[in-house]
Every structure is written in structure tokens, then in C-alpha cells.
Design a protein around this ligand. Structure first.
Ligand SMILES: *[C@@H]1O[C@H](CO)[C@@H](O)[C@H](O)[C@H]1NC(C)=O
Ligand SMILES: *[C@@H]1O[C@H](CO)[C@@H](O)[C@H](O)[C@H]1NC(C)=O
Ligand SMILES: *[C@@H]1O[C@H](CO)[C@@H](O)[C@H](O)[C@H]1NC(C)=O
Ligand SMILES: *[C@@H]1O[C@H](CO)[C@@H](O)[C@H](O)[C@H]1NC(C)=O
Length: 420
């Protein structure tokens, strides 16, 4: 009996020590103790943050998987509310924050908080920024894994310098490779070398300096697929390119006939008018309406078309029905030429309205979960306000009485003087 107990205890202890070796708890001393060549993947959390707690098992899995792969990446976590020095150093602004630290540079993860996506980010950022593809097999393998990839083809050159610099900047977002000409399939036509080729949407595009401008800006603009499913993370990332995002909002399940038609229409316009619009718009469909509802401060009708300007939280809605390609083109052109008014935005009035809207939503969701708590949340400030009102009135009333008394005394003295 005792033996089994102690063996259980032993295995618990063993597990605990294993857990701690997968994920290290970091404090303010980290900046002194870390080695210059170390690579760290760090999660900053706050004890009260529920999203951070949800991430705990994922974080443990990531730690254990990287260990078993023999990865050079160390996995850590840090309570940002306790280790404020470290959090300040990493410029942690929200929780949880996932940041890779490599050769004194910090790479902030902004994607979905799933194991697969975080692992993908970890492999991409911890390795060489430009990975070389030495064989057709490797090229095909990369093609099968990535929807969007940029490949430098040719010998060392000034362009390669720019390509590497762009990779260093944008590695958080996309994939960079280099390959010799004979590694790429013959069907890929390259008129001259060196070249930068973008593979996406089942086809490829070759960079041209005259047409496309600076390489880094071109990569930043082109790193999204032609028409894709957008979640709130992708939406923010698209906003960072400075483009407007042209969206079709759809129901999550059981799309009606009209939704299917809208989606097809938007996809067709994105593809057929690529040349015309790809500089100004990213295209996609969204199945979660929360973000757009928040932006518009009302429930959006599904399905619908909307263009979002993420630089100023503004949005554009079509002025009439959009059922044909012509009508959708008119809508997009109207946004570009300014004939359709931008709504929303981040002006003071909008921000106050948004605050009220958000508070209302919060109260509603609280009411759904716990009506009693909601009642107290509402009743408590109300009770305090009433109490203060009461105090004020009472104080007012008593001072009024005092004044009255004084006045009557004065009048008394006046009358007494008069009588004199
Ligand atoms: C858009 O991309 C998808 C794959 O991502 C591809 O199947 C489709 O053919 C593309 N459409 C056009 C017109 O480029
Ligand atoms: C390459 O980088 C240099 C220095 O940043 C820049 O001046 C030049 O325009 C870039 N060239 C291309 C093709 O992007
Ligand atoms: C989007 O917002 C930015 C920042 O306020 C602004 O400069 C730009 O003109 C807006 N775009 C459109 C099409 O309204
Ligand atoms: C559309 O893109 C072109 C090229 O980048 C730019 O000059 C123009 O200002 C953009 N239009 C709007 C309304 O943003």
C-alpha cells in the first residue's frame, strides 16, 4: 500500500519536474542569464486572464514537442504582472502575448492560438529566414505545405540582399525560399535571372521592379491569397498592408442560396479584376460577424458586402442591392473614387458611441450568464448615485434652512431697528 503510494508520489514528482523542464518560468533576471545565441519562445500571461489559462495545455504540448524534436528553441512563460521589467523589455501590451526572441530581435506572434499554427510560426522564425530548396522534391514539398511562398531564383546579387532583408522583416507573416533555376519545374517561365517568384492561387507571379516598385512593399502587399476565409487575426494582418478589405459576410453554417451567390460573385471579381483592384483591396469572406458588428455597432444582415478600412475603423456599405457583377464593381469603384461615404471611423464621437455599445454588449452577455450579478452591477452604481443625490439634497435643504434662519434673524433685527 505504502509502496504504491510512494511510487505514485514519485511519478507525480517526476511529471512535475518534466513539466517544468518543457516550459521554463522566466523572471526579470532573464535578460542577464540568457545566452546571445539562445532562441526563446515566450508566453507572457496575467494570472487573471482566462485566454492565458486556455493556452496553458497548448503551451505545454509545444514545449514537449519541441523538446522531443530536439529543437534549439527554448520554451518559457512569464507572469507579466509580476515580472514587469521583462514585460517592459518585450513591450507586452496585451495578454497572452506570444513572442519569439532570437539574436536580440523580438518576433511577435499574431495568429490563432492553436498548437499547429504556433508550431508553424516557431519553425519558420527560428530557422534561416530564407530556406534553400536544393531539389525538385523539396520544392514540391514546400508547395504542398504553403499557400503562399516567395522564392528567390539565381545567384547572389543586390536583389538577393533586398530579398533577405524583406524576409527578416516579414518572416512572421510568410515564407521565403531560394532555389537554383534548374530546381524549379521547366514550365515556370523566367525571362531573366535573378528573379523573385511568388507562388499562390495555383499559379505564379514574377516580380518586376518597374511595375511593382520596392521589393519589400510588393511582398507585403502580395502575401495574401486571392480570396480566402478571413478571421479577426487575418483581418488585422490585412489591415497592416494598408489596403482596404473587401468582405462578404456569410452565415457560419447552412449558407442560403443568396450567400452562395454572393460568395461566388466576390471571388469572381477578385480573380477577374486582379489587375485593377489588387493594389487597393484584399478580398475574402468572413463567417464570424462579431468584429464587423462591433465596427458598425449593430447586427449586420447576412449575407452582405462590406469594405473595411482598418487604418481608421471606417467601413463602406453598398448604396443599393448588389446582385450582379456590375453592381459589385460599382460599389468598389464608388469606394475608391470617394462617391460612397465612409461610415464609422475612430473620431471622438464614434469612440464614445463604441464604448457605450461595448458596455451594453457586456451587460447583455453578463445578463445571459448570470442575471443576479448583472443586477448588482447595475443596481450598485445606481444605489450609490441615489445615496449621493439624497445626501446632496439633504445638505442643500439644511443650508437652505440655515439661510432662512439668518434671513429671518436679520429681518428681525431690521424690524427691531425700525421699531427703534
Ligand atoms: C484562387 O486561389 C485558389 C487556390 O488558393 C485557386 O484554386 C483558384 O484557381 C484561384 N483563382 C484565380 C482565378 O486565380
Ligand atoms: C533594395 O534596397 C535598397 C536599400 O534599402 C533600396 O534603396 C532599393 O530601392 C531596393 N531595391 C528594390 C528592388 O527593392
Ligand atoms: C482609410 O483610412 C486612412 C487613414 O485614416 C485614410 O488615409 C484613407 O484615405 C482611408 N481610405 C479610404 C478609401 O477612405
Ligand atoms: C489605390 O491604389 C493606388 C496605387 O497604390 C493608389 O495610388 C491610390 O491612392 C489607391 N486609392 C485609394 C482610394 O486608396
Amino acid at each position: 500500500m505504502l509502496d504504491t503510494r510512494s511510487s505514485v508520489l514519485l511519478s507525480v514528482l517526476l511529471c512535475a519536474s518534466l513539466v517544468s523542464s518543457f516550459v521554463e518560468e522566466l523572471d526579470d533576471s532573464f535578460m542577464k542569464t540568457r545566452g546571445d545565441d539562445d532562441i526563446w519562445l515566450i508566453k507572457f500571461y496575467a494570472p487573471w486572464c482566462s485566454f492565458c489559462k486556455q493556452l496553458d495545455p497548448v503551451w505545454h504540448q509545444i514545449g514537449s514537442e519541441l523538446k522531443s524534436l530536439g529543437s534549439p528553441v527554448n520554451v518559457g512563460k512569464s507572469d507579466a504582472t509580476a515580472n514587469t521589467g521583462l514585460a517592459e523589455e518585450f513591450r507586452v501590451r496585451g495578454y497572452p502575448a506570444i513572442i519569439m526572441w532570437k539574436k536580440n530581435v523580438k518576433y511577435v506572434y499574431k495568429g490563432k492560438r492553436t498548437k499547429d499554427e504556433i508550431m508553424e510560426f516557431t519553425h519558420r522564425v527560428s530557422g534561416p529566414f530564407v530556406r534553400s530548396l536544393n531539389s525538385l522534391q523539396l520544392f514540391q514539398h514546400a508547395m504542398s505545405r504553403h499557400d503562399v511562398m516567395f522564392v528567390y531564383v539565381g545567384a547572389t546579387s543586390q536583389l538577393k540582399g533586398n530579398f533577405s532583408a524583406a524576409a527578416e522583416h516579414l518572416i512572421v507573416h510568410t515564407n521565403f525560399f531560394s532555389a537554383a533555376r534548374d530546381v524549379l519545374p521547366k514550365v515556370i517561365a523566367l525571362t531573366s535571372l535573378p528573379a523573385v517568384v511568388l507562388f499562390k492561387d495555383g499559379t505564379y507571379f514574377t516580380y518586376s521592379e518597374e511595375r511593382d516598385g520596392e521589393l519589400r512593399l510588393w511582398i507585403n502587399r502580395e502575401r495574401f491569397p486571392n480570396f480566402s476565409k478571413i478571421d479577426s487575426y487575418t483581418l488585422y494582418a490585412m489591415g497592416e498592408t494598408g489596403k482596404l478589405v473587401s468582405l462578404v459576410l456569410l452565415e457560419e453554417k447552412n449558407m442560403c442560396e443568396r450567400s452562395v451567390r454572393y460568395k461566388v460573385l466576390m471571388e469572381k471579381v477578385a480573380a477577374d479584376y486582379r489587375e485593377t483592384y489588387s493594389r487597393n483591396f484584399s478580398f475574402g469572406f468572413m463567417e464570424e460577424s462579431e468584429y464587423v458588428n462591433g465596427l458598425m455597432m449593430k447586427d449586420v444582415v447576412m449575407p452582405s458586402f462590406v469594405v473595411v478600412n482598418l487604418s481608421n475603423d471606417g467601413y463602406f456599405l453598398p448604396q443599393g442591392p448588389v446582385d450582379t457583377e456590375r453592381q459589385l464593381l460599382d460599389f468598389l469603384n464608388g469606394v475608391l473614387d470617394g462617391s460612397i461615404q465612409c461610415q464609422g471611423g475612430n473620431g471622438v464621437v464614434q469612440r464614445v458611441t463604441r464604448l457605450v455599445y461595448d458596455s451594453k454588449l457586456l451587460l447583455q452577455s453578463l445578463y445571459g450568464k448570470s442575471p443576479l450579478l448583472c443586477f448588482f452591477l447595475l443596481a450598485f452604481p445606481f444605489a450609490i448615485a441615489t445615496f449621493f443625490c439624497y445626501l446632496c439634497c439633504k445638505a442643500r435643504a439644511t443650508t437652505d434652512e440655515d439661510e432662512d434662519e439668518d434671513a429671518s434673524q436679520q429681518s428681525k433685527t431690521v424690524t427691531s431697528k425700525k421699531s427703534d
